[in-house]
Ligand binder design. Structure first.
Ligand code: SAH
Length: 206
């Protein structure tokens, strides 16, 4: 059963291979700066953002190929030409992006890794922040959303301690009525429907 699924997934991935991110392509039509979503899941957020900003270029990074294929198919259905996909773990981002090439990073509903000994896996742990700093343009923003209040607290502290300035933060994006223009992710739609408060922050390198 597992083999069948993988074979099917690989064929679907190959069918959309033109949407894979290739750094060499930068010389051509897909120019930096690029905006990254790390952990794009099914791709609803990055596709809607790309649709709304046809002159900007986006890269969706996702370590789970099964789910990334769904995001690629969504982008293809929409005929988007300004989104590419990178099947990679965030810990290897510096292998794919040159310094100061990224115009912004979105972290949406990242895995909370709630146990203390799992802290180093959180996408706002200091080792990840060092990687982001190495590829971000100085004035670029890191924007994070989560339903997880503990991950949010951890992230605010980790960012402040590791070279970022928090420009804005809320622990209830919808309750405060400041969600205008907000692009929802798949997870976000589910949480909002359940009445769960959404945390959001924007940070920039100091
Ligand atoms: N952003 C989407 C999905 C959130 S679930 C949404 O809001 O709907 C978190 C996603 O991040 C999962 O798809 C998971 O595979 C991916 N992810 C977790 N850790 C990652 C890492 N280190 N590198 C790349 N992707 C990661």
């Amino acid at each position: 059963m597992r083999m069948r699924k993988k074979k099917h997934r690989d064929a679907r991935f190959q069918a959309r291979a033109d949407l894979c991110f290739e750094p060499a392509e930068f010389a051509d039509k897909f120019k930096p700066p690029v905006f990254l979503e790390i952990g794009c899941g099914k791709g609803g957020f990055i596709c809607e953002l790309a649709q709304g900003h046809p002159n900007a270029n986006f890269v969706a990074v996702e370590k789970n190929l099964d789910v990334m294929v769904l995001a690629m198919e969504k982008a293809a259905e929409l005929g988007l030409t300004n989104v590419r996909f990178l099947s990679a773990d965030a810990k290897n981002l510096a292998e794919h992006f040159a310094p100061a090439i990224v115009g912004g990073i979105y972290l949406n509903f990242s895995d909370p890794w709630h146990k203390r000994y799992q802290a180093s896996k959180r996408l706002t742990y200091k080792t990840f922040l060092e990687i982001y700093k190495s590829i971000l343009i100085p004035e670029a923003k890191l924007v994070m959303k989560t339903d997880n209040q503990n991950l949010f607290s951890f992230s605010v502290k980790s960012l402040a301690e590791n070279g970022f300035e928090i420009l804005s933060q809320t622990r209830d994006l919808y309750g405060e009525g400041i969600s205008d223009g907000n692009v929802q992710t798949e997870y976000e739609k589910k949480f909002v429907a359940e009445g769960v408060a959404i945390c959001r922050l924007e940070a920039v390198m100091k």
